[in-house]
Design a protein around this ligand. Structure first.
Ligand code: HEM
Length: 509
């Protein structure tokens, strides 16, 4: 064959490929399944004329593209997820009727999402922030979500303050930049934030690897056994990879190199078969012991110092999602997603969360967000909720109500009822009684090594030094001083503030 003939054949073949005539490829279709005739050129009125509205496939392609973004999470927008498995260590039925803890070696699939809190989608992963540590357990009693952070406490103890706190931490509505003047102004009115601020400005605020950090449920929850007996519990995930944090300089260097360094680290280890694991532990407290502490154990700004941890299982992450959007973006965690045997405590921060998550998810993902594959329970979902945008359930028959004489109706099951709780008193709107705002922050400070203290003071001074209002500055330093005089003195010195002004500063309520 001559060179000219070969060239012609090659040209014909490449034109066929461009038109999609290669039989080995799957047909390209429209969303309705119809084959696409030409995915390269718009239909026009003549070679030089305008594009026609009857080019339905073009309109569909553009319209679908225009709608590719769902609303970003209002907090925790930047995240990374992975699939895995939880294995129970033993029989916990004395404490909880939750079936995932009923026998040793019982396996439950999980999906985990790690995140930063304040910074938007696509932001550098190494910026200072608490890290979200959210786990969805696909149990044989339906889904249980343990939606925690990498720090054991929180900034505030009442949901009433959450939107204001987040507004102060998010970029200014005027400058569109995060501004320490704004969030320290807010925190100067919130002395209970001192404990969490001490965690945040330590190097725990900049983890070097998501695999090497612990997770915490933060709140007290209730475990309930088959007899209806309640035990208050706090959950912890203890990393079996050890711990690794970055200094502020190391975090800045990591950010300069790669905005997705923590995702890269997690994905590379999982795909190389180096699966990260965490042990789940619980601290337990009898309801009758709740009043025996100098603080309120249902206050999310407190840890349960001295209460031992019991190991109850191990989680291993072993698969990265096939599709980031379908899994990591569309996953919806909620502290309200519990199984029989696990319940929310009366912690008023947690109570607010019970409403907020499902509410935002109905807005962010649509009414039927729990039908999305990543959120769907592995057990049968069977109730009379129906229809609405995006409904894809296989509703059968016409008995969409209950009770019913027919066997088609569905019945509730009293073994899954919530536990009972006695309540007496007057409805009020007032702060909790035992605030103990500074003691545990001082204990945390004293637990740090000298190099850790040096980094903490430097990190705080870096941001607090930008605050222009001297009274805000003094009040915040007075919080650190009340936690531990050495702590406050060193922050004051780093800021060039006279200590006598600090000790005089009175914290707001
Ligand atoms: C009243 C207090 C709080 C409110 C109102 C609140 C609200 C929210 C909202 C609206 C979202 C977005 C959810 C979504 O779009 O799917 C979210 C995400 C999240 N929150 Fe909270 N939050 C609160 C406190 C906390 C606390 C104390 C923790 C840690 C114990 C926490 C951990 C998380 C995590 C890990 C996520 C991200 C979940 C994911 O990866 O999708 N939040 N929060």
């Amino acid at each position: 064959m001559s060179r000219t003939v070969l060239l012609l054949l090659a040209l014909v073949a490449s034109a066929d490929l461009a038109r999609g005539d290669d039989k080995s490829r799957r047909p390209l279709t429209e969303d309705g399944g119809q084959p696409v005739g030409n995915n390269q050129d718009s239909r026009t009125a003549g070679p030089g004329g305008p594009v026609l509205l009857d080019n339905f496939q073009l309109i569909q392609k553009l319209a679908r593209f225009d709608r590719e973004r769902t609303p970003e999470r209002v907090v925790h927008a930047r995240g990374v997820g992975a699939h895995g498995e939880f294995v129970s260590y033993g029989d916990l039925s004395k404490t909880t009727k939750a079936s995932l803890f009923s026998t040793a070696d019982k396996k439950t699939p999980v999906f985990v999402r790690f995140s930063t809190v304040i910074h938007p989608g696509g932001s550098p992963e190494s910026l200072r922030d608490p890290r979200g540590f959210a786990v969805k357990f696909f149990t044989d009693q339906g889904n249980w979500d343990l939606v925690g952070n990498n720090m054991p406490v929180f900034f505030i103890r009442d949901a009433m303050k959450f939107p204001d706190m987040v507004h102060s931490l998010k970029p200014s509505p005027v400058t569109n930049q995060q501004d320490p003047n704004r969030f320290f102004d807010f925190f100067s009115h919130v002395p209970e934030s001192t404990h969490m601020l001490t965690f945040l400005y330590s190097d725990q605020g900049t983890p070097a690897s998501l695999r090497k950090m612990d997770g915490f449920g933060v709140h007290a929850f209730k475990m309930v056994n088959a007899a209806g007996e309640v035990t208050y519990v706090k959950f912890q995930w203890r990393s079996l990879q050890g711990h690794a944090t970055a200094t502020a300089d190391e975090a800045a260097a990591a950010t300069a190199k790669n905005h997705s360094n923590l995702t890269q680290d997690l994905y590379e280890h999982i795909t190389a078969g180096k699966f990260p694991s965490w042990e789940l532990t619980i601290q337990m407290m009898k309801p009758t012991d709740l009043d025996k502490f100098a603080f309120n154990p249902l206050d999310a700004t407190k840890v349960w110092t001295g209460v031992p941890e019991t190991k109850i299982g191990r989680m291993t992450l072993n698969r990265v999602p096939d599709n980031f959007f379908e899994a990591t973006e569309q996953v919806a965690f909620s502290p309200g997603m519990v199984v029989p045997g696990i319940e929310a405590s009366e912690d008023r921060l947690l109570q607010g969360r019970l409403f907020s998550y499902a509410d935002t998810q109905r807005y962010r993902l649509g009414t039927n967000y729990l039908m999305l594959p990543i959120n769907r329970s592995l057990t049968e979902v069977s109730n009379n909720n129906q229809a609405g945008q995006g409904h894809v359930g296989a509703t059968q028959g016409d008995v969409n109500y209950e009770p019913s004489v027919t066997s088609g109706g569905r019945r509730d099951n009293s073994t899954a009822e919530y536990s009972k709780a006695e309540i007496a008193g007057t409805i009020v709107q007032q702060p909790i009684a035992k605030t103990l705002n500074f003691q545990q922050a001082g204990e945390l400070y004293r637990s740090f090594t000298e190099p850790q203290k040096v980094n903490l003071i430097k990190n705080i001074a870096g941001d607090l030094g930008k605050v222009k209002n001297p009274s805000v500055k003094r009040t915040i330093v007075s919080f650190f001083y009340q936690a531990d005089p050495d702590y406050g003195t060193r922050v004051a010195k780093a800021l060039g503030i006279n200590l006598s002004e600090v000790t005089a500063a009175q914290p707001a309520r």
